[in-house]
Ligand binder design. Structure first.
Ligand SMILES: C[S@@+](CC[C@H](N)C(=O)[O-])C[C@H]1O[C@@H](n2cnc3c(N)ncnc32)[C@H](O)[C@@H]1O
Length: 349
């Protein structure tokens, strides 16, 4: 039976409903709080910024369970507005009370774009990063909060985000492509003619979220974009782009790129970096893997160059697309556009 799945463009309120529903369940908050690299880096950054926080008014954009708001109160904030749009706000109220912080942390249920705070704030804290940094487009809400509620000279935690790319060789893909050549030995049926089809299916245009092993990274990663949260605009987020150049470490077959990000917290001594690099301890963001149409052989110092462009999908502004123009060695420029697969059944008809 043939089965056609057609993508439907979702209106903004439906996109937002699906998005906020995804944060109403315990699982995602469990995953985030259990991500020790993430949660502990925020905690340390807030503690190290206690000079800027003590006695000040803080806005936590997208407070979730209220964990960052409580860190800020523990660092001496006079008042924390914990703004959260979805029903997890009810749990945040309980957690705040349970920690005897309800005199300083006020949970406000609503979107940061619609709530009315009684005063402007000196500090904004937010954990807004999605897969490949920009998936979910939550940074737009932080920028709204900055422009509407942050006093001049106020602090944003984190204050900078950077995006990186590196060519990789995913051995699982190599094995899966090779598999069709092994069937004849096992069962006496030659299925090697499946290899082109397998390649098209496996090396598709989905952004795959996966943990990349250090040994599979084929060059030093190249930074292709930097966002200064004090100055970047919503308009600039409509296309975040930049060039890259890498040189391969040795002989291998490049079959994908991996994209990852860092965010940086200003600290009085030295900046603190939350990194999602494959060279650093794993986080729940893992890395975004973008498969080429076909593997390309490289040797030591083969240049891998190109341009990456990231922008919200036309179907849903909360979904990210990544377009890569790339050239490997002598190869002429190739182009491929990747998107996050639809995980929600409501996004299909
Ligand atoms: C990545 S989670 C972080 C939660 C919490 N700050 C933490 O660190 O565990 C982002 C949260 O922001 C909320 N959120 C996203 N956009 C928002 C907006 N415009 N206004 C209010 N809350 C928002 C989501 O519902 C979600 O709970």
């Amino acid at each position: 039976m043939s089965h056609v799945v057609k993508k439907r463009k979702l209106d903004k309120s439906r996109q937002d409903r699906l998005y906020f529903d995804s944060y109403s369940d315990v699982t995602i908050h469990e995953e985030m709080i259990a991500d020790h690299v993430r949660t502990n880096t925020y905690r340390t950054a807030i503690q190290r910024n206690s000079e800027s926080i003590r006695g000040k008014v803080v806005l936590d954009v997208g407070a979730g369970t209220g964990v960052l708001s409580i860190f800020c109160a523990q660092a001496g904030a006079k008042k924390v507005y914990a703004v959260e749009a979805c029903s997890i706000a009810e749990q945040a109220v309980k957690i705040v009370k349970h920690n005897n912080m309800d005199d300083r942390v006020e949970v406000i249920r609503g979107t940061v774009e619609t709530v009315d705070l009684p005063e402007k704030v000196e500090v904004i804290v937010s954990e807004w990063m999605g897969y490949a940094l920009l998936h979910e487009s939550m940074l737009n809400s932080v920028l709204y909060a900055r422009d509407r509620w942050l006093k001049p000279g106020g602090v944003i935690l984190p204050s900078k985000a950077e995006l990186y790319i590196a060519p990789i060789s995913d051995p699982v893909v190599e094995d899966r492509l090779h598999f069709w050549y092994t069937v004849k030995d096992q069962y006496g049926v030659d299925m090697s003619c499946m290899s082109d089809f397998a390649q098209r299916c496996i090396m598709n245009s989905d952004i795959t979220v996966n943990s990349v092993t250090v040994e599979d990274v084929l060059s030093h990663p190249a930074r292709f974009a930097e966002l200064d949260l004090y100055s970047v605009t919503v308009e600039e987020l409509r296309a975040v782009k930049g060039h890259f150049r890498c040189e391969s470490f040795g002989s291998a077959a490049v079959n994908a790129f991996c994209v990852y990000f860092t965010v940086t917290f200003p600290c009085p001594d030295k900046p603190l970096v939350l990194s999602t690099s494959p060279f650093k301890p794993e986080t729940h963001w893992k890395q975004a893997v973008l498969y080429l149409d076909a593997p390309v052989e490289v040797v030591q110092d083969t240049p891998v160059t190109g341009e990456v462009s990231m922008y919200p999908s036309e179907d849903s502004a909360r979904h990210i697309c990544i377009h890569v123009d790339y050239s490997i060695g002598e190869q002429k420029t190739q182009s491929k556009t990747f998107s996050i697969p639809d995980w929600s059944s409501e996004a299909q008809s």
